[in-house]
Write a protein of this length. Sequence first.
Length: 256
Amino acid sequence: MTKRRDNDSKAASALRLLPKVELHCHLDGSLRPATILELARERGVRLPAGTIEGIRPHVQVHGPCSLGECLAVFERVYPLLRDAAALERVAYELCEDSAADNIRHLEVRYAPMLNAAPGFSPEATVEAVLRGLRRGREAFGVSSGVILCLIRSHGARENGAVMSVLKRYYRSSNGLRTPNVVGMDLAGDEFRFPTRLYSDFFEQARALGIPPPATPARAPTRRAWRTPSSSGSKGSGTALVSAPSRGSSPKSSESA
């Protein structure tokens, strides 16, 4: 048992040293427990615990769980991320924590409508996230692209608002030089809300030059979007892959 633990520790150390690209990184799933506590205190949000060790079981998932159980954890975080200062901070800290793990590039995803609030528009959420990521790029050398997510349980009006934001901020780049919005995806329970219901939004994205997400379960069922590999799909699949050595860059967040 001791030998196995030693081998696991060595493997973890070796993995930490490898340069990496992280795809499908949830911004609202990347908060430090200490940051959660601080944001809650500053914003008057009650949490089930007031210490780092006490809050961990409520904001982290350990072991196998259903998609619904995993998504439920996010519900504790959303009320903390409905202003510019909070979003900019967590985006910046994500870059700092990624640099510590030798992650060179991030594909950051979040849903603007889950962070928008009265006086804080979906556009303002994007501006805040990009400010944090750009500061992180300058401070830690971690590049990033942003994926804006539509929510499966939202109606056409709410998801249409996100599409309007996407049309304004989308850039046909990979974020390697400057963090930008580089794509779109769907988030939520795909069993209750099948992807075919949102094919019109994917058609709008295609008109912008945005390929469909690579995750097969999320590929829309219209003929043009049925097979991601045959329609130029990019990114959005959950992955952590090795990046080139320092001094060079991955080709793109999508192809890595």
